[in-house]
Design a protein around this ligand. Structure first.
Ligand SMILES: [Fe+2]
Length: 608
């Protein structure tokens, strides 16, 4: 019998993506931004679809079914009712939003057929069902509770339910405009970061601050109930009526206007970040207790943008009622493409689900494009690059030695990651023992704020030697403390430092990945999913005694993670990365011809 091919699509909101299943197995998944080089690209994911079909070796007309990750009409109804409900206050923003909706979003069916060249059936899932499916179906659990939390889909902003075998059932929802994701985004906006991508920065900034505004948030912004459900007091928010997140009442409550983006960060933003993070964690914990009580499950699966809050996830694992936690690595809307495809396969096609205990169905999230040595060589040649081909063992030894000399290495190997984190396929690597590494990598490599923390990749078997964690965290979605005996207590003088001044204090024997609160955002590396990356860290350990390396995504601030060898070479040449590995090739920055920068790129990143 011919195999069943299902294409899942997520598009038109933010971070469009595509995913292809063959008889339920994930063949390929990727975000459109990686191909178009527009961060969070929300356009129809033509390039991602082309990549998925190419990897599956099929044409669009050979697809069995197509799934779309939300219901455009339901979403339109929510938008319409919102605007009508508050007219005329919302008219201006409606006028701006409406033509896009009318043109693109209502005509999804015809548009999908035309754009795809596919005449078959297109099935639509509800937004939170797509998230729930992406959380449960690839999980390593036979049965589990499911919790999804994000900004907003159609009406639901959070939902929970049960997954069992090949079925998922959602039991309860929280509805727009009460949204944990939007509450967090309001503070992201107010502290001067970009909504939908800056939430990560707020989380990273939080440990520098004091939870000064927690009382004000509970008193004025939110009615939080014991069961984790809540209401937001809309008079402080502007996302219903306007094009911003917060309004004058919000400004008065927190003592001033929003921070101007890119202006200097002050203690106030740090205190605001800490406060909203504390409230977010409390809501997540209360919701989880309710979900546990109502479902009686031991396992919990998470998805939705809020599930990328790895600090909250770490607390949920340590303090929450569930024994085991699994988080979809593409927890944001990109993952909806994968979720809807699996929903079509299991619900519509009625296909059974096979679970391998202790192993999830994501293949380490290495679901994107890969390049053969011949393709890489051609791409490097076209860039005029100077490179050397090295055997695998020699390459691992040389890279480990370079890292031990505090060199910064761009590491491009195998299939690109699906989801927002780089996991050792498109990563920039460094030595975590170096006290200079964090500032150096932030400022000279990523051109970004010095406070941004870096994450450790650690050999799976060695995780509990370095961190207060004894389990898997393959997708860098859990934060846990650095092991007590590795921590270096602060002196009295150091404890007196405030905010960003605390950054340069050495806090452990792996200072480059120890956040100021002694925590770390951990990636455990398994030999089965990424043997080259695993063996590189093992080689570094043989050389230095340290089984951890610094792993940050291979990009500069504001750009998507690199996808192709050409992207990698350009990023290498535009930054102070010392060496680049692309597949079997090693490149030394000092040997490269001079790089001529384009005027556009210089302007964008305000260089020289
Ligand atoms: Fe979502």
């Amino acid at each position: 019998m011919a195999p069943t091919h299902i294409l899942g699509i997520s598009a038109f909101y933010h971070d469009s993506a595509a995913c292809l299943l063959r008889d339920g197995e994930i063949v390929a998944a990727a975000q459109e931004e990686r191909f178009t080089r527009k961060k969070g690209d929300a356009a129809f994911p033509a390039r991602a679809i082309e990549y998925c079909l190419g990897t599956g070796g099929i044409r669009a007309d050979e697809l069995t079914l197509v799934g779309f990750y939300d219901k455009p009409l339901l979403k339109f109804e929510r938008i319409l009712e919102t605007y009508l409900g508050i007219a005329p206050r919302g008219v201006k923003s409606f006028l701006k939003a409406a033509p896009v909706w009318l043109k693109e979003k209502l005509h999804t069916d015809r548009q999908l057929h035309d754009a795809l060249g596919f005449d078959g059936q297109i099935l639509y899932a509800e937004h939170h069902e797509s998230h729930a499916a992406s959380a449960f179906f690839p999980s390593p659990f036979e049965e589990a509770a499911i919790l999804t939390m994000d900004g907003v889909g159609e009406w639901a902003t959070a939902s929970f339910g049960i997954g069992r075998g090949n079925e998922i059932q959602l039991l309860k929802e929280i509805h727009w405009p009460d949204s944990l994701g939007l509450l967090y985004s309001a503070f992201t906006y107010y502290t001067g970061f970009k909504v939908n991508s800056g939430e990560y920065k707020v989380m990273g900034l939080a440990p520098y601050g004091e939870p000064k505004y927690v009382d004000a948030i509970y008193r004025e912004l939110i009615d939080l109930r014991e069961d984790g459900s809540f209401r937001l007091h809309q008079e402080y928010f502007n996302y219903l009526a306007g094009l911003t997140m917060t309004n004058g009442a919000f400004d008065r409550l927190f003592g001033g206007p929003p921070r101007v983006p890119e202006s200097k960060l002050t203690q106030r933003e740090m205190d605001l970040a800490r406060s909203v993070q504390v409230v977010c964690e409390e809501i997540v914990l209360r919701m989880a207790r309710t979900v546990h009580r109502d479902t009686g499950m031991e396992n919990l699966c998470l998805a939705g943008g809020v599930a990328l809050n790895c600090v909250a996830n770490g607390r949920l694992l340590r303090e929450g009622p569930f024994k085991r936690l699994w988080i979809q690595p593409a927890a944001g809307d990109a993952g909806g493409a994968l979720g809807v495809a699996q929903l079509v396969w299991h619900r519509h096609c009625g296909a059974p689900r096979r679970v391998t205990p202790g192993q999830d169905g994501m293949r380490g999230a290495y679901l994107g494009p890969e390049f053969s040595p011949a393709e890489i060589e051609e791409a490097l040649g076209a860039q005029g690059a100077v490179y050397e081909r090295v055997s695998r063992d020699a390459l691992l030894k040389r890279v480990a030695a370079l890292l031990a000399q505090e060199k910064i290495v761009g590491w491009f190997d195998g299939r690109m990651e699906f989801g927002p984190r780089a996991l050792g396929a498109r990563s920039i690597l460094g030595d975590p023992r170096s006290p200079r590494m964090q500032a150096q990598m932030n400022i000279k490599i990523k051109f970004r704020e010095g406070f941004r923390p870096f994450a450790p990749s650690v050999l799976r078997e060695r995780v509990s030697d370095y961190f207060e964690l004894d389990g898997d965290s393959p997708y860098m979605l859990l934060v846990a403390p650095v092991k007590q005996e590795r921590q270096i207590p602060m002196t009295r003088e150091q404890r007196g430092l405030w905010g960003i001044d605390q950054l340069n204090v050495v806090r452990s024997d792996i200072p480059a990945v120890t956040h100021i609160d002694y925590s770390a955002r951990i990636q455990t590396v398994d030999r089965a999913t990424n043997p080259n990356y695993y063996d590189l860290i093992a080689e570094f350990e043989r050389l230095t005694g340290c089984g951890v390396i610094v792993n940050t995504s291979f990009n500069v601030r504001g750009e998507p993670i690199v996808c192709t060898p050409a992207d990698a070479y350009q990023c290498f040449m535009r930054t102070h990365i010392d060496y680049l590995v692309v597949g079997p090739f090693l490149l030394d920055k000092a040997a490269q011809p001079a790089w001529k920068e384009t005027a556009d790129w210089k302007r964008e990143f305000q260089l020289d």
